[in-house]
Ligand binder design. Structure first.
Ligand code: SF4
Length: 597
């Protein structure tokens, strides 16, 4: 058996029953692994209408066939569940080393069912599974939990845990591993918290079988060369991390400021990757077998910590009107410690600031704590209150859509399907806006990173403001991304690698006969099953939309001045390309062609 161990670990958290089941390899190959396989199991085993925080929801932790292999960035895993934030399928991807270690335990996936009566953690060492009390860990920060569990189970054990945000069922809660790597989006940490599961410790000794080691060496060498020669993966990301994007996106007039009220920040450089390198960078912080090493490690006032991604710099920075890099670094560190999704946490604060600016949130409600755009004292304290649901933080913990809805202005939430949008204003990047609107997990840039062709010119430069061809690019990027996520690789490899490269890597590991075309086809299958889950969960096709501001209010200034997003002109072609009805529903015919009927 190559690439897969062929084993599923099914754990009932209530009864503490453990079963090792056989993974059907035909199903595994059809959905590749990770995101695809997890969604297939969710579709088969969980009623999409289930309350996401009830014991009936399941939490799938799924590796890909390349996880734990000698492939570039081959250490990733996905958490797949129903999202309490969006009501859609949630599939959140994380790097670091935990995913590879789970694979070394001899399992392709873990299915976590029901709910423990008391806080517990799991200790998995190959075929030994222990249920341990986590009463002494409940309430503790991610760093403390990780240190304590490594002390208890050895420095080589890898720890995945939730922080207080997950325990308190914040809909913005992440699942953390290695302290600073996150399965961040869609509230997956709240699902883990709802099951009273604090952490999973893994330590394994099972190598992943490789079909053709010599072929793998050759494909690896070729992939590595492409990654090193590519300007983004060989230079931009290794030098500045994803923070290299601050100035690039700002100069393109697509850098949202003050909750997307503007899209250009003359002071953006103060919180850029270049400034972070100059003043705070200590070293790079790479994931398992990663030749790109975009992760940052910084020092603030003598304390070392993980550095923020571009999205975080923006969310707590310009989107909140803040240009104090030190304060943003601290907010990022607190999100890691508390187990919060930095994108949703920062942008929910930005939405709250606009509500306050309009005097919809009254002064007495925030008890003297600053909540204005640009106030550096606003971000760290509110981040903590958000995780602990203290005072007004209880409302923030519900995310920006529910927050704005409480004050009668849901239109001020810059979200899609109730999940907050990331750091690209789609009024200045039309294809990315179509991708946001149609994303199966709500507002998200990494379901299809159209920034690559529209801004970075990879694999070719296309006009960011044009409409022609954008439906094609959105679909192609969404489908390819679904396959990369499912294989167990980092999406950032796609700046340098194409579908044929992924096919070659998977074939060398698994002995399959993928081509570039079948990689796209598998991704399309995954995209469609995700859409079916959402439809059955009650998320209507009319949710493929953007916030009113982005459709009607022209960008007031900067390089994209005067633009709005033209979603209505793009959606019909997108649905047609997908073979869906004009109303955005997959047809029986298309589902049958994809092997989903
Ligand atoms: S590119 Fe960055 S996020 Fe991706 S695997 Fe490497 S270090 Fe991790």
């Amino acid at each position: 058996m190559y690439g897969y161990h062929g084993k599923i670990l099914r754990i009932n958290l209530k009864t503490q029953e453990v079963k090792v089941e056989t993974l059907d390899l035909d199903t595994a190959k059809k959905f590749i692994g990770g995101r695809g396989l997890g969604t297939k199991f969710m579709m088969d085993e969980v009623d999409p209408k289930v309350d996401a925080l009830s014991p009936e929801n399941k939490l799938m932790v799924v590796t890909g066939p390349l996880t734990g292999t000698a492939t570039p960035t081959g250490g990733r895993y996905m958490v797949v569940t129903k999202s309490p934030l969006t009501g859609t399928i949630a599939s959140s991807n994380s790097g670091g080393f935990w995913g590879a270690e789970l694979k070394f335990c001899g399992y392709d996936m873990i299915i976590l069912e029901d709910k423990s009566e008391e806080p517990i953690y799991l200790n998995i060492v190959d075929d030994k599974i222990e249920f341990k009390s986590a009463k002494h860990l409940w309430g503790k920060l991610v760093g403390e939990v990780t240190d304590e569990l490594q002390e208890a189970h050895g420095a080589k054990a890898r720890v995945m845990t939730i922080g207080p945000a997950g325990e308190n069922l914040s809909l913005l809660a992440a699942i953390m591993n290695e302290k600073d790597r996150a399965a961040g989006r869609s509230g997956v940490g709240a699902v883990m918290g709802s099951k009273n599961l604090k952490a999973i410790v893994v330590k394994g000794s099972n190598k992943v079988g490789i079909h053709d080691p010599e072929a793998l060496k050759a494909v690896f060498k070729d992939s590595l060369k492409k990654i090193r020669e590519n300007g983004v993966t060989g230079e931009g990301l290794p030098t500045y991390g994803t923070a290299v994007l601050v100035n690039i996106i700002n100069e393109n007039g697509a850098y949202p400021v003050n909750n997307f009220q503007e899209s250009y920040d003359p002071e953006a450089d103060k919180i850029s990757g270049e400034s972070m390198k100059e003043d705070y960078l200590v070293r790079k912080n790479p994931c398992y077998r990663c030749p790109i090493a975009c992760g940052r490690w910084v020092e603030v006032d003598g304390k070392q910590m993980a550095g923020p991604e571009y999205e975080t710099l923006w969310a707590f920075g310009s989107d909140c009107g803040i240009r104090d890099l030190k304060e943003v670094l601290l907010a990022n560190d607190w999100c890691n410690e508390l187990g919060l999704d930095t994108i949703s946490a920062g942008t929910t604060l930005a939405a709250a600031m606009e509500l306050r600016e309009l005097d919809l949130v009254k002064a007495e409600e925030i008890e003297g704590q600053p909540l204005e755009f640009g106030n550096v004292n606003a971000i760290v304290e509110w981040t903590k209150k958000m995780a602990y649901r203290e005072g007004f933080g209880d409302k923030l913990a519900e995310g920006s859509y529910r927050l704005c809805d409480m004050y009668g202005r849901p239109d001020l939430s810059m979200s899609v399907k109730k999940q907050e949008l990331p750091a690209y204003d789609p009024r200045g990047i039309q294809g990315q806006g179509l991708q946001y609107a149609t994303s199966n997990r709500g507002g998200c840039h990494v379901r299809g990173y159209l920034i690559s062709p529209e801004i970075l010119g990879l694999p070719e430069k296309i006009d960011k403001n044009a409409l022609d061809g954008k439906a094609f690019w959105a679909k192609a990027f969404q489908d390819l991304t679904a396959s990369i996520d499912s294989a167990g690789l980092c999406l950032f490899t796609s700046f340098a690698l194409g579908a044929d490269d992924y096919a070659a890597l998977i074939n060398a590991v698994c002995g399959t006969d993928h081509t570039g075309d079948t990689i796209f086809a598998a991704g399309e299958r995954i995209w469609n099953i995700e859409k079916m889950f959402n439809l059955e969960s009650g998320v209507a096709p009319s949710e493929d939309k953007l916030p009113r501001r982005l459709l009607e209010d022209a960008i007031p200034d900067g390089p994209s001045k005067g633009q709005v997003h033209q979603l209505d002109k793009l959606l019909p072609e997108y649905y047609e390309l997908r073979g869906w009805t004009k109303g955005g529903i997959p047809t029986d015919e298309r589902l049958a062609e994809l092997g989903l009927k």
